[in-house]
Design a protein around this ligand. Sequence first.
Ligand code: 6PG
Length: 256
Amino acid sequence: MPSVPVLRIVPDSEWAQAAAQELASRHGQAMATRGRCLLALSGGSTPTTLYDRLTRPDWRDRLAWDRTHFLFGDERCVPADHPDSNFGMAQRHLFAPLHIPSTHVSRMKGEREPAAAADEYEADVRALTQCAPPGAPELDIILLGLGEDGHIASLFPGTAALHEQRRLVTVGHAPSGVRLRLTMTLAVINRASVVLFLVAGAAKAAIVRAVLEPRSEAERGLPAAMVAPMSGQVTWVLDRAAAAQLSRDPVEPGKE
Ligand code: 6PG
């Protein structure tokens, strides 16, 4: 039975600190139970706020980066040096400042032909986790952003990728921007030990309400609403602006 999502709602100015604290806590649990952390990064712009906090002098040594292996939840089908590359963003904001060796990173090859790149990444994930088909590996932490249409990773509403349950990685199709994507599927996402949603800003308030407090079958079928790990924990780190339309606004005590 999927657990009830945990919501951490904090003042806008404290979102980065709360996100870093939540990641550090879950990362520490992975260290304690497995001695390493398989961490799948999200794309988009929101995570840069978290990454820039993690690389600050007062944070950079708090997590055991040497026992962390980085994966990607999705990637745009562009070269790594393209401005829209999720790897490129992580490289600039996280890997380079923390001196993460390339051996600790599994990159989705956005420059390759998409179907072949998806096959290659699936093989990489299976080899890394020693998880043979038809099983899906249990990643320790998956970071997810939330699109204003309710998409997660590159699983967009009404696309075949959203309903892919056999493959771990497939080709996604975005309605705008870089249309062709590589994306982990719900088969992997819903096996994670921890899914950490990173959502901030007033522009996300409506979709946050639709996902967390659905009022229709359509809202219950949004990609983000389909994230329900059977034995994992889903935590949402929200700032007050993104949580503004929730009926319950349990801002953390003392944070009013
Ligand atoms: C991507 C992401 C995507 C992102 C959302 C939110 O590659 O774009 O994986 O799912 O998390 O679109 O993006 P923002 O954080 O930029 O709002």
